[in-house]
Design a protein. Sequence first.
Length: 343
Amino acid sequence: MRSVRLYTVMVLASVGAFIDRRIETFCVLYFWFLFFGTLFVALIIPVYLLFFTSYWWLLGLYAVWYYYDIETPYKGGRPWTWLQNLPLMQKGARYFPAKLVKTAELSPKNNYIIGSHPHGIMSIGIYLSLSTGANGFTKIFPGITTRLSILDFNLKMPFRREVCLALGMIPAAKKAITHFLKGEKKGYAIGLVIGGAEEALDANHDNFDLTLKNRKGFIKIALTTGAHLVPVYNFGENSLFTQVKSERGTFLRMFQTTVKKLFGFSPPIYHGSGVFNNYFGFLPYRVPLVTVVGAPIAVQKVTNPTTEQIDELHRKYCEALTKLFDEHKTKYGISSETKLNIV
């Protein structure tokens, strides 16, 4: 009798774990829809309404709204906190699992530019931290209001822009970033994925190249706004997918770089986990994803920074990021011999 009860408990636990994992997978599918599904929605809905229904006039109403609201992404955005804090966000974070690690306080008396590294395929670590409540950023850093900057075209596509705005995203444009950080208001932080589309092409589990050497625009904005710089490293980001390697100088890399220059985004060739399997599909692998937030680098506001001032602050930032990586890498399965390569 006792063995039967034990067996029953084991079966129920196994079934419960299976159901729990399926729920987590569903939540990550939701993330995937927000990343990619809305791209198709933005293309399909207008065509469908215009040519296949009698509701074409809805496009006219939306066009009026779009024109009226066109500057919102450049004026701080329009986040929906209820959407960002849906329980499925936390459930989706357990899929990896994902977590946020604080190494120092962020005072609400300052503004911040949070530099996120590496880009990975989809920048999931910084997305979970700044665009959702999944990692508990606002609880860990109380008094800090966040935004996440993304490619400008995402906030120009009809319908998709509404989803991006609701998730607290604004364009990765000087105008938008400066507006968010300038003025007397404090306690604001904006996340920038510094390496961008070029770095996404280096996203492999054994690659630690960061496209950062010549990325100094964010440094100049930090100086002109007085925003402190916060280096962040997302351990596990480059292991979430398997990408076909395209070494710099190869034909594939040159083709991908050309596409990036023409359209603003890179076309990585990759695969991940499936909905019903763990080895092939479009979802990320279940790999621990740890976003480590470094100590802020104090920045004095300079109206017209010189090249020397920009270079000096850039050097300090690179050194702080490297130190952050070196202090935490062995905790997350990276050899003590591994070094960041800033290119």
